[in-house]
Design a protein around this ligand. Structure first.
Ligand code: UD1
Ligand code: CA
Length: 454
């Protein structure tokens, strides 16, 4: 089947420079959610109808071969938008599925139902019963319960407004009839637009079979026209993510205080405290515990690791059995082999940290290869950057780095070496020996502290 996504509208009520369909939900543009849900449904590229902010929307999809664009220069209504897409669709595909760029949470399962029903022939509408149908087009049925037409809120009589079954905007139409139906639309309505919904009346008159299917969840078909609706839908989505995690056996200290903006995969007996944010692809293995107020992004945390509160972990791998935090920052390329202790105000970037190595306080480790069982004292800095180039620091197994040490890279500390506290190390420190660089301590006899004059 063909897939057309209507995304040309301005989204005036968003009051934003960003086109409506690029407004993020769960950390990703609404359009991306719709593209995910429709992935693989069409043999030919899916057609996105762009208009308002067309260049920004097209730039966002740059490099995709599974998406084509149709420009709707003037936004004269949803029927007009679909007409703009006609030259791009495959006329040989029997059905054409229409989705809306501002209805982001449609699930693949629900779309599957629409597709299955459409395979039986005729026209398929995705409809839903709402307690408060205000703002949506209403589904009008005849005495036998057959769908007759759709009337928009602004054109509906008070009696029609009482109908609670609404059009979700998602429908599947017979491709062969499209051009003719769309050409027959008239803008003689309250909004002066070419309504796609008027096609239903035309189809019904021609005796085309019209069926209605319903989504699994009502929230799947909620449209976003304002920041308030976007925020509401964000909460609905997060609540659904939390429920899925609970169903999978994850302990959430408060399911209302977790945000998953991407995909979070959890093993058994994972525990997550309040106010944690997960972005991109995050994997937490069995028994991982995440303390309150952590942000984890594109990272893998192995079995049994404990992450204490206020950590920021991005693009890192934390090997099994370690402890991170509170207040630790692991940046891209941080590879902790396992059994590590990373403490408060410690930053690790693009570094390998060997088994059992401890970096407990106030330290920066960047561009380093640190061996196993190393102890790095408080306030240690790898000086890895000369303003232009980055250099590596290599520390051997079982080394002990005294507190307040500066390791000026490129530099090597040997296995079992000890570095005296307060050293600035600029040359290789040999294996198994104590190396230090410190000015000798003096005490000045007879010195007096200045005193303030009265
Ligand atoms: C539309 C439906 C309504 C349905 C509701 C569900 C029509 C006439 N009305 O109303 O029955 O209940 O969706 O959310 O179809 N768009 C274009 N070009 C245009 C106009 C709109 O691409 O000229 C796109 C918009 O970007 C948006 C979508 O179509 O993604 C829906 O348009 P919108 O104006 O929001 O329609 P609604 O009034 O919500
Ligand atoms: Ca809408």
């Amino acid at each position: 089947m063909n897939v057309v996504i209507l995304a040309a509208g301005m989204g005036k009520r968003m009051r934003s420079r960003l086109p409506k369909v690029l407004q993020p939900l769960a950390g990703r543009p609404m359009l991306d959610h719709v593209l995910d849900a429709t992935e693989g449904l069409s043999q030919s590229p899916r057609v996105v109808v762009v208009g308002h902010g067309a260049e920004t929307v097209m730039a966002h999809c740059e490099g995709r071969t599974d998406v084509a664009f149709a420009l709707q220069a003037e936004q004269l209504g949803t029927g007009h938008a679909l007409r703009a897409a006609l030259p791009q669709i495959d006329p040989a595909a029997p059905q054409t599925l229409v989705c809306l760029g501002d209805v982001p949470l449609l699930s693949r399962a629900t779309l599957g139902r629409v597709a299955d029903e459409a395979a039986e022939g005729g026209l398929v509408l995705l409809t839903v019963e709402l307690d408060d149908p205000t703002g949506y087009g209403r589904i009008l049925r005849d005495a036998e319960g057959r769908v007759r037409s759709i009337v928009e809120e602004k054109d509906a009589t008070p009696e029609e407004k009482r109908v609670r079954e609404v059009n979700t905007g998602i429908m599947c139409l017979p491709t062969a009839r499209l051009a003719q139906w769309l050409a027959a639309l008239s803008p003689a309505n309250a909004q002066g637009e070419y309504y796609l919904t008027d096609v239903i009346d035309l189809a019904a008159r021609e005796g085309v079979r019209i069926s209605a299917v319903h989504p699994q969840h009502v929230w799947e078909v909620e449209g976003v026209n304002s920041k308030a609706q976007l925020a509401e839908l964000e909460r609905v989505w997060q609540r659904a993510q939390a429920s899925a995690l609970l169903d999978a056996g994850v302990t959430l200290l408060d399911p209302a205080r977790i945000d998953v903006r991407g995909r979070l995969e959890c093993g058994r007996d994972v525990e997550i405290d309040v106010n944690c944010v997960f972005e991109g692809e995050v994997k937490l293995a069995d028994g991982v515990r995440v303390g309150a107020n952590c942000v984890l992004r594109n990272c893998v945390v192995d079995e049994g690791v404990e992450i204490l509160p206020f950590c920021h972990i991005d693009g890192a791998h934390v090997g099994a059995g370690g402890r991170v935090g509170p207040y630790s920052r692991l940046r891209p390329g941080a590879e902790l082999m396992g059994g590590n202790h990373i403490g408060n105000f410690v930053e690790v970037k693009k570094s390998n940290v060997g088994l059992g190595t401890k970096i407990n306080h106030l330290t920066y480790i960047g561009d380093a290869d640190v061996g196993a069982r190393v102890n790095i004292g408080a306030g240690t800095i790898t000086c890895n950057y000369d303003g232009v180039n980055k250099f590596r620091t290599v520390i051997g197994d079982d080394a002990f780095i005294g507190s307040g040490t500066e390791l000026v890279a490129p530099v090597t500390v040997g296995a079992g070496a000890t570095i005296g506290a307060g050293s600035t190390i600029t040359r290789a420190a040999p294996d198994g020996k104590l190396t230090l660089s410190r000015t000798r301590q003096v005490t000045v006899e007879g010195w007096q502290r200045p005193v303030k004059k009265r």
